[in-house]
Design a protein around this ligand. Sequence first.
Ligand code: HEM
Length: 440
Amino acid sequence: MYHLKSRTPMGQLNSFRKDPLAFLERGLDTGEDVVRFRLANKRVTLIMDPDLIKQVLVVKEDAFQRFKPYKELAPLLGQGLLLSEKPLHKQQRKIVQPSFTPRHILTYGEEMRRKTIDSLRGWGKKEKRLLSDDFMSLTLEIIASTMFGADVLDGKEQVGRSLEEAMELITKRVRSFFKAPKFIKTKENQQFQKAIDTLDEVIMKIILNRKKTGNRSNDLLDTLLYSQDSEGHRMSDRQLRDEVMTIFLAGHETTATALTWTMYLLLTHPESYLKLQAEVDELCREEVPTMEEIKEMTFMRDVFLESMRLYPPAWLINRMPIENIQVGDVGLRTGETIMISPYLMHRHPAYFDNPEKFIPARFKQGKLLNVPDFVYFPFGGGSRICVGKHFAMTESMILLGALIKNFHFTLSDIEYIPEKFPLVTLRMKDGLLVHSERRF
Ligand code: HEM
C-alpha cells in the first residue's frame, strides 16, 4: 500500500478537483495495488487490484453501501435503483430486472430501429453535425419510448438541458468543500431547483397519462405501475417518479457518451473505420441493421468494447464500508471512501500492452483473453451491475451500424484533440463536431 501524503488540511482535494483523472493516474503510477490518501478530512482508499475489487463489488458486497456524496444526487434520483440501499434496492431491482430480459430487448430493438430510421431521415445530404448532441437526443428519445411508451419529442430539448444542468451542478457540489445548504437561495440552488421542477413535470405527465388511459403495455412503466409487494401494495407515486427519473438519466447519457468516444476513435483510426464499414456493408441489408444482423457484426462489437476500455462512461465507482472490514490484507474503516476506477483498470499496464492504444483486436468473441475478472468492467459488477447492460449494447450496435451504413464522416477539425470531462459520466468536453455526407 502506498500513502499519498499531504500536509495541508485539504489533503489532496484540490488536485483531485482540478483533474480527477490525472490525479487517479498518479495512483496507478505508484505501481501499488492500493493507494491511500485524504480528501479534506475524508480517508480514501483507491483499489487497483482485480481480486480486491471483486471482494468489494461481489464477495463482500453486503459490507458496503454507495458512497455518501452520491446523496447529492438524491434530489434528482431520490430512492430510485441507482441510489437506494438494501432492503429497498433488492425489492426494486426484482421489479425492474424482468423488463430487461432478452425477449424484452428484442422488442426494444425494433423500437430503437424505428427511432433511428426516423431520426436519420431528417439529416441532410452534406452538413456539419455535433454528433455528441445527436447521440444524446436520440438515446433520450429511445429510452423514453422503449421504457415508458412516451414521446418526449416536444420536451426533448428541455429534458436534455435540464438533466445536463442538474448533473453539472451536482458534480460541482460533490467536488466542493464549502457548499451552501439547499434551502439558501443562491443562484446555483435556484437553477438546480428549476431543472428538477422541469424534469418532475415531464415525468409526472408521463406517469399520469398512462394511469389515466389505463392502457397496458409491455414496457417498464407498466411493470412499475402494476407490480405489488408481498402485501399487495403498489409503488407510491414518489417511488415511481424516482425509478423513472433514474432510468431516464442512467439509460441515455452513458450510452451517448460511449458512442461519442467510439466515433471519435473510428475517425482517428481510418483502418478500423474502413474495416467496420466493410463489415456493415456486407451484413446490413436494410437502412438500419436488424437484431439478427447486429449479432453477426463482431468487429463492430469489438470496436465498441475497446472504445469503452479507453473511455468507460462510468469512470469511477465508489463504495463506503458500513463496518470495519478486511479485504485481502487491507483493513477498511466504516464510513471511509473506497474508489474503484474502470478508467484506471482498463489502462493498467500489467494487463494491457500499449494500454493507451486503440486496438479492437484485443477482444476475441467479445472477450479479453488472459485477463482476470474486474480488469475490464465497464458495466460494474455484483448485485448492482448495470441493469441496462444488454439494452445499451443493443442500442449502440444499432445506432453505430446505422450511421456507418448511411453516412460518411470526417472530423470537422482534423487536428481536434478532445478533452475528457469527467462528470458523473466521462464526457467529451466540447463534443464531437463532424462533416457528414450521405453515402447513397
Ligand atoms: C454504455 C452504457 C452504460 C454503461 C457504461 C453503464 C454503466 C453502469 C455501471 C458501471 C453501473 C454500476 C454503478 C455502481 O456499481 O456503482 C450501472 C448501474 C446502472 N445502470 Fe448502467 N450503464 C450503461 C447504460 C445503461 C442503460 C441503457 C440503462 C437503462 C436502460 C442503465 C441503467 C442502470 C441502472 C438503473 C443502474 C443501477 C443499478 C443498481 O444499482 O441496481 N444503464 N451502469
